[in-house]
Design a protein around this ligand. Structure first.
Ligand code: NAP
Ligand code: MG
Length: 489
């Protein structure tokens, strides 16, 4: 987030000085085909869609739209490749995955720029979070490839076969890494579909995979819309479906898979409570709130989108938060000083705007920072709602934007009841200087991940996933291996 050092003194005030990252040496093709069987091939029906830069509304590329026939081709390529890939010496499999990680690191600047162009996230985040974490994920799972029997002592481990993987637009490259790395390490082959609005870094990753010399068909990338995802879910040739996305689509997928033998993991939505006790380090907690909800424009499944603050410090926290919001820079994702980039799509901006109206209709007080936003593109100023009640839609529903609902509480139990009063159970945060409160709260919040005195920290070694309507299964860490293996007795 911006610090005063990022701004230059001018005429006695603070003057913002833009510093956009150059797009030199960043190769984006005019047209992208499907990556099937180790080659880029045209879609059977010859259909394409445009991917745009949400900060300018300009077209970046034309991308192939995969139909059910293309998905079928990809499944056949993956099935064929599975024979050799699953029998390869595990240490050799590991070498290929290490190679992907290293090439990703070497081309990290290009990946960061493309991620910011295609999806709208600030370059500082794609450069410092998305791309390094994606490489770290490949490094981590490469290390497991020849150690699977140590992960599950005394049990026989076998790959599942062909995995169908469907990912969202908020962390396009990182979600591709989360899906592909453990699947390959366990000896599976994959067909992955990126989101319609952010296909470019997955296609760049296909180039890396080709350059790393992976056998053809081990990784296949099929771009397209929701129907392409449905074609993956409904194709009988998959042994596993891994989905990250909305709870609504997760439900459709779970129903479609009922009664099939396909193993599945669903990483769905969230509405996390970030709980600030009066004994917390308040300035640090305010930074944690900002990071919790404004990181990646709030397009984060585990975002701290509900703030619960203890009454004695509520006024001070809200005052400091509003001051801090006024320092956040909304604008060009390629500018290194930008804190909040573009909203990923017109459709998502409309969804967010509808919640801004709903919050006000429900009687809550809305505050937005007063910063200027560019004329073209999709933008939303950082926003908070105060005076909300537990039943309000802005408290209960996932907005997936830079919008925070703030509630207060008196006692530990009240905070806990409010935190758990949600259909979701993905993440949570606790801010206090008492270890005992951290232990008690982290044990009692019904969520997959709970951070203490920090928020939105990710690491390939720790499992991630939800309870309740936030999904089933875990990704990351050793748990992430389980999701891609048949374990014998
Ligand atoms: P989404 O609409 O559910 O889409 C996710 C993916 O599924 C996209 O690739 C989408 O394709 C595809 N899809 C759409 N309809 C489908 C269908 N009927 N069958 C199969 N696939 C289908 O979600 P989103 O709006 O992209 O992402 C935001 C949601 O993801 C939020 O709710 C967020 O909380 C959740 N999320 C969860 C996690 C987690 O780890 N728990 C992480 C990130 C995001 P198109 O893009 O072409 O429509
Ligand atoms: Mg785009």
């Amino acid at each position: 987030m911006a610090t005063p050092e990022n701004k230059l003194a001018f005429d006695g005030g603070w003057q913002y000085s833009p510093a956009p990252e150059s797009t030199d040496h960043v190769k984006i093709k005019k047209t992208y085909e499907l990556f099937i069987g180790g080659e880029f091939v045209a879609p059977v029906q010859g259909k394409y869609f445009d991917t745009i830069n949400p900060a300018t509304e300009e077209k970046l590329s034309k991308v192939a739209l995969a139909s059910a026939a293309d998905v079928d081709k990809a499944v056949k390529a993956a099935r064929k490749a599975f024979v050799g890939w699953s029998r390869l010496k595990p240490a050799e499999r590991g070498k290929y995955i290490f190679r992907i990680a290293r090439i990703l690191q070497e081309r990290s600047r290009e990946f960061a720029v493309i991620e910011s162009l295609d999806g709208g996230k600030p370059i500082r985040e794609s450069r410092d979070v998305d791309v390094p974490l994606a490489a770290a994920h490949f490094f981590y799972y490469a290390g497991w490839a020849d150690k699977l029997e140590y992960a599950f002592p005394g049990r026989a481990v076998k790959p599942l076969g062909v995995a169908g993987q469907i990912i969202p637009w908020n962390f396009p490259l990182l979600m591709a890494a989360w899906k592909i790395a453990p699947a390959l390490a366990c000896g599976n082959t994959v067909v992955l579909k990126p989101a319609e609005t952010t296909p470019l870094t997955a296609l760049k990753l296909a180039e890396v995979i080709a350059d790393a010399g992976l056998p053809p068909g081990v990784v296949n990338i099929v771009t397209g819309a929701g129907e392409t995802g449905a074609a993956i879910v409904n194709h009988p040739g998959f042994d596993k479906i891994a989905f990250t996305g909305s709870t609504d689509v997760g439900r459709i997928i779970q129903k479609a898979l009922a009664g099939s033998n396909k193993k599945y993991t669903l990483e769905l939505g969230g509405k996390a409570a970030n709980i600030i006790f009066a004994d917390a380090a308040i300035d640090e907690a305010v930074e944690g709130i900002v990071n919790g909800i404004f990181f990646n424009q709030g397009h984060v499944c585990c975002a701290g989108s509900r703030l619960l603050v203890q009454e004695p410090v509520a006024d001070a926290v809200i005052r400091k938060l509003r001051d801090r919001m006024e320092t956040l820079i909304v604008g060009d994702p390629l500018d290194k000083n930008t804190d909040i980039g573009a909203i990923n799509s017109k459709q998502q901006l409309e969804t967010i705007k509808s919640y801004l109206a709903i919050g006000q209709e429900e009687g809550s007080e809305m505050f937005q920072s007063s910063c200027a936003v560019p004329k073209r593109g999709y933008w939303c100023r950082p926003t908070i709602f105060t005076g909300v009640s537990q039943s309000n839609r802005v408290v209960q529903e996932e907005i997936f934007g830079p919008v925070l609902a703030i509630q207060t509480f008196r006692t530990f139990d009240e905070a806990l009841i409010k935190a758990n009063n949600t259909p979701y159970g993905l993440s949570g945060g606790v801010w206090t200087d008492k270890g005992s409160k951290i232990f008690k709260m982290t044990q009692s919040i019904r969520a997959g991940v709970v951070w203490a005195n920090t928020f939105n920290k990710f690491d390939p070694t720790s499992p991630f996933g939800g309870n309740k309507e936030s999904g089933v299964g875990r990704e990351g860490g050793m748990h992430g291996l389980d999701a891609y293996l048949k374990l014998g007795g």
